[in-house]
Design a binder for this molecule. Structure first.
Ligand SMILES: [Fe+2]
Ligand SMILES: [Fe+2]
Length: 219
């Protein structure tokens, strides 16, 4: 069984978005969900420790991130084969990892263990922690915290030429949709407060930014 100490070597300490602290939070949340929902804790533990192990770092760029579930699944296979895990157990962990990415719906979480990992990972993308990670990602990627979204982005999720993908864009495109994508009852319940807090934050961010970037009407 991969250990937390072992996993520490697979993730950067100083990446506030996909660093080791994210993996540790997902590990603990997934464990909590697994125990309540009755999932296989060993599969969930291994999947949580390995789910972002290859290619998820912000510094790796969008190409690395867009494939990180595949790369991490292959990395998991190598680690677990070296530990002589049975093939069906390895496949169960790989399915959890392959189906955890919101932006790729080609493999949906089919097992309880995969649903638990998905929900634990997405609960870390909303709420106070999720807001902090969204802002940190924008700053790491050289993008603004807020930019007014174009009509094209609002309608299609596609950026106009020159339009930055701000943290607010990420909220509109992905973060506000995560609550509805969770499937375990415990995850859905925990998401309620986190979603509300995040929604309040980004709604207020947009209102303050729009207010302070318009000229004063009395001038
Ligand atoms: Fe991921
Ligand atoms: Fe993750």
């Amino acid at each position: 069984m991969p250990t937390i100490d072992q996993a520490h070597h697979w993730y950067p300490d100083l990446d506030p978005v996909h660093g080791f602290d994210h993996v540790l939070r997902v590990y603990r949340m997934a464990e909590r969900l697994a125990l309540v929902e009755g999932a296989d804790v060993e599969i969930v533990h291994a999947a949580a420790l390995l789910h972002d192990a290859e290619g998820s770092a912000t510094a790796g760029g969008e190409i690395g991130r867009s494939n990180h579930h595949h790369a991490s699944s292959e990395f998991a296979r190598q680690i677990l084969e070296a530990e002589n895990w049975p093939p069906e157990q390895i496949a169960a962990v790989q399915h959890c990892i392959l189906s955890h990415r919101f932006r790729d719906d080609s493999e949906q979480p089919q097992t309880l263990e995969a649903r638990v990992l998905y929900d634990a990972d997405k609960l870390d993308a909303i709420g106070a922690v999720g807001v902090a990670r969204a802002l940190a990602f924008a700053l790491q990627a050289g993008q603004p915290v807020f930019a007014s979204p174009s009509d094209k982005f609002l309608e299609s999720g596609q950026l106009e030429p020159g339009e930055p993908h701000s943290a607010y864009h990420e909220y509109l495109f992905k973060l506000r949709k995560l609550k509805a994508s969770l499937s375990t009852p415990t995850g859905q319940q925990l998401a309620e407060d986190r979603h509300r807090l995040m929604q309040d934050y980004f709604t207020n961010l947009a209102a303050e930014m729009e207010f302070t970037t318009k000229p004063c009407p009395q001038r």
